[in-house]
Design a protein around this ligand. Structure first.
Ligand SMILES: Nc1ncnc2c1ncn2[C@@H]1O[C@H](COP(=O)(O)OP(=O)(O)O)[C@@H](O)[C@H]1O
Ligand SMILES: [Mg+2]
Length: 582
């Protein structure tokens, strides 16, 4: 019964609880204020009344006038209200000095006494309350106290209702953001996410068009990913220089901006409007940032109301941009993971296909030939036994060839020797097996070294060499392949060179995306895994024939499984012939 804003005595008469609660039902300052003013007029037995309430600085105040105001009375009222408004603007709502109540005696017949008091919420001035006494009723003796008390109650009530509605709006906004956030994090489809973001941005600030651009770092450009609005479609995937226009200003500085009259802003670029035929008037543009890095911008154009964008719109858009940036990052990560996975699957398929082809063309064919030969020998035994030994010898050759191929295949799948005896031994054994092919000479030039590198690193290096050798054999048809391996404590250098047909590397790599297989790419990616560098020199690099693949890998202390012998100084190394220049 004793809510803090209810003062005793006088006020309890007109702010009776049932009446009050009915009035407060609407919860809207604009509806409650007129009702309160009516009660004040009634209570004071005044002829006219006026109320000015300022809820938030910068927002339009609530201004109400009831009764038959004469011209001179209105002039006086405006002067008072202006004075309070001025005061409030200056002190940004924290005015603690209460202006003295004023009286004005007007002799215009209708109004005999005009009284004004500050509308108070506690010690804070939130507006003003004015009543005018007419000759209809006698002016009550305690009119000043009555008005001051009424102004204190009305001020506090309006303040509370106002604050309540602000928090309610904030809550709705929070709920909305929560929903947006949920929706954003629940989609990993980048394009849908971008479309959603732009749609939400436009509707939340009532803009008639909106777009989202992402930074293309390599080309230093902004790319229109999504453009909504009647002229938007034209812009899809078009590009502008990274420092052009308002979007460019935001992208390069990482700061939001509001330009409500683009015609008068030198940063505005007319290029985009010229392309679309859209007429931009106002722009609000905010950066999309991940850990301080700007990855794009979100831009809304032309507010429907025509008033232009304000700081509240900016704050809303910044919040959306913050959530969108995280979601975009997630979707991108997901996408690259998928691409990575697809690549691995393709690489595995390549290996399987290669294996199947080798089994089919090589071993399977040889086994068939062996079977036929055995049938043939069976018949010879009766008809021409003297030819049998020669035929048996050819079967033996076929069987040996088949078993060599099986071993080479197994070796390529998982060279056991690599794990047991290390890279150099594995290469020696690899070269031996390759040399079974008499049309090809494989040369190994390697410097012995001590210490073992981690099997994982060795395995990666070996598979790069394998791919280079297979490419040379398969595509180059060379007579010679040279394998070179140089290594010291700090680095490893590998070369695979052939004297085959060579190829136009630049052309092959340019059309690489359209190709089915990924051998060259796999080599490069494996090299990158080791922080190494892979270079390919062939016809497009000025060679007359053949191809040279080089791989350089830094060997950090932690890649050594068993350490190399203690480092020797460069001078001694020269002397001992351990330095190598290639
Ligand atoms: N040593 C080489 N000699 C001749 N051509 C080569 C050589 N290495 C690569 N190429 C060419 O580059 C292309 C791409 O190689 P790669 O990515 O390994 O795919 P794939 O070997 O499955 O065709 C080959 O198809 C071939 O035309
Ligand atoms: Mg290949």
């Amino acid at each position: 019964m004793t809510a803090p804003f209810l003062l005793p005595e006088q006020t309890s008469r007109f702010l009776t609880l049932p009446g009050l609660s009915e009035l407060l039902l609407s919860r809207d300052v604009n509806l409650i204020a007129p009702g309160l003013l009516d009660r004040v007029i009634l209570e004071c037995q005044a002829g006219v009344g006026a109320l000015l309430f300022v809820g938030q600085p910068g927002k339009a105040p609530v201004r109400i006038r009831h009764g038959d105001w004469s011209e001179p009375a209105l002039r006086q009222l405006s002067r008072w209200e202006q004075a309070v408004l001025g005061e409030l603007q200056q002190r940004r709502m924290y005015a603690v000095t209460v202006p003295a109540p004023s009286e004005a005696r007007l002799s215009d017949g209708a109004i005999i006494l005009l009284v004004n008091a500050p509308l108070l919420a506690g010690a804070e001035v939130v507006g003003t309350l004015t009543v005018g006494f007419t000759s209809e009723f006698p002016v009550p003796p305690d009119y000043q106290a009555m008005l001051r008390n009424a102004a204190a109650n009305v001020g506090m009530l309006l303040r509370l209702v106002h604050d309540l509605s602000v928090s309610r709006d904030k809550l709705t906004q929070l709920e909305l953001f929560f929903q947006i956030g949920q929706r954003m994090v629940s989609t990993l489809d980048l394009n849908r996410l971008l479309v959603d973001t732009v749609g939400i941005a436009a509707s939340i600030v009532n803009a008639s068009a909106a777009s989202l651009m992402l930074v293309d770092e390599e080309r230093q450009e902004l790319v229109f990913e999504i453009a909504l609005g009647e002229k938007g479609a034209v812009l899809q995937h078009t590009r502008i220089p990274l420092d052009e226009g308002i979007a460019g200003w935001v992208a390069t500085r990482g700061k939001p901006i509001i330009v409500n009259d683009v015609a008068r802003d030198p940063r505005f670029s007319r290029q985009v409007d010229a392309r679309t035929g859209f007429l931009t008037q106002s722009v609000l543009c905010v950066p999309l940032q991940i850990k301080g890095k700007t990855i794009g911008v979100l831009e809304v154009l032309n507010k429907y109301s025509g008033e232009g964008f304000d700081e509240e719109d900016e704050a809303l858009l910044m919040t959306i941009a913050g959530q969108a940036a995280i979601a975009i990052e997630n979707a991108r990560l997901y996408q690259s993971l998928r691409e990575e996975r697809d690549k691995i699957i393709t690489a595995q398929e390549d290996v399987r296909k290669e294996l199947a082809r080798n089994l089919h063309d090589g071993i399977a064919a040889q086994l068939t030939a062996i079977t036929w030969n055995i049938d043939h020998i069976e018949r010879l035994m009766e008809k021409k036994p003297e030819d049998v030994p020669a035929e048996l010898e050819s079967v033996r050759q076929l069987a040996r060839q088949a078993s060599r191929q099986v071993r080479l295949l197994l070796f390529e799948l998982r060279p056991v020797i690599l794990e047991t005896r290390g890279l150099l031994a594995a290469l020696q054994s690899y070269v031996e097996q390759l040399s079974a092919d008499k049309t090809l000479q494989v040369h190994l030039e390697a410097q012995p070294y001590s210490g073992r590198i981690k099997p994982k690193v060795e395995g990666t290096i070996f598979s790069i060499i394998q791919e280079a050798v297979n490419n040379a054999r398969r595509h180059g048809k060379p007579q010679n392949i040279w394998l070179r391996l140089f290594m010291d404590e700090h680095r490893l250098h590998v070369e695979v060179e052939d004297d085959g047909l060579g190829f136009n590397r630049q052309e092959v790599e340019r059309n690489y995306d359209a190709r089915g297989s990924l051998g060259l790419l796999n080599m490069r990616e494996r090299a990158a895994l080791l922080d190494g560098t892979l270079m390919i020199y062939s016809l497009s690099e000025g060679r007359e024939r053949g191809t040279l693949v080089t791989l350089d890998v830094p060997l950090r202390p932690d890649v050594w499984e068993t350490p190399p012998p203690a480092a020797v100084g460069p001078a001694e190394a020269e002397k001992e012939g351990m330095g190598h220049n290639e």
